[in-house]
Design a protein around this ligand. Structure first.
Ligand code: BEZ
Length: 212
């Protein structure tokens, strides 16, 4: 087991996947990545999740994000289940699924929470930046399927705030006003944010999204 925190380098590993052997860091290259675990093959919520992710291919590509899934089931199980996903979710699974039968990656990323279930992985999500650092960790229980629109929203925020001295407010969506970082003085704002800004409080200053 390991404890991974935001800002850590995402642990590297070699794994067998439904698309062949992958060396994780090499596979990521200079792209962003999402590594997400699901409890088991042939389960209903997981079937909808993986089908949904397949349908987001263009959205992930637009953001230069590579996606990789994981469960502790084996390659034969993955291959057969993928046929069911494609059939029932009307899509084609277009990303690798790690066959983590020896739980090596699950343990490395702390994806098994024994007090929830001692055999299956929980629904972990790791978003990894192009610098290989962990940018976001979310963990859902087996009973709750993930909201992949939310993951896209978070990626938009992460990629924006990596490049500009801004932060994104509650429920922010791509295209909406953002918060100017507290480290920026009022005097610095005109040069950095030429679209102008609204000062609601000295610590709460909004500006139009700078990369739009
Ligand atoms: C599911 O994916 O449907 C699921 C998996 C494990 C426990 C409960 C539901």
């Amino acid at each position: 087991m390991s404890s991974i925190r935001l800002g850590d380098i995402a642990p590297d590993f070699t794994a067998q996947t439904s698309m062949g052997e992958i060396h994780f860091h090499e596979w990521l290259g200079n792209s962003w990545g999402i590594l997400f675990s699901h409890p088991a093959d042939y389960t209903p919520v997981c079937t909808t999740e993986l089908g949904t992710v397949a349908k987001y291919k263009t959205a992930f590509e637009k953001r230069d994000v590579k996606v990789i899934a994981l469960s502790v089931d084996g390659l034969v199980s993955h291959a057969d289940w993928i046929k069911d996903i494609n059939e029932t979710q009307h899509t084609t699974v277009n990303f690798p699924i790690i066959a983590d039968e020896d739980r090596k990656v699950s343990m490395l990323y702390d994806m098994i929470h024994p007090n929830a279930d001692d055999k299956m992985t929980v629904r972990s999500v790791f978003i990894i930046g192009s610098d290989k650092k962990v940018k976001l960790i979310i963990v859902y229980p087996a009973s709750t399927g993930r909201n992949f629109e939310e993951l896209l929203r978070v990626i938009d925020s992460l990629q924006l705030t990596a490049n500009y001295k801004v932060a994104t407010p509650a429920n922010w969506k791509d295209g909406e006003d953002v918060v100017i970082a507290p480290s920026i003085t009022d005097e610095q704002i005109p040069a950095m944010f030429p679209k102008g800004y609204t000062k609601i409080k000295p610590y709460l200053r909004l500006t139009p999204q700078p990369n739009k």
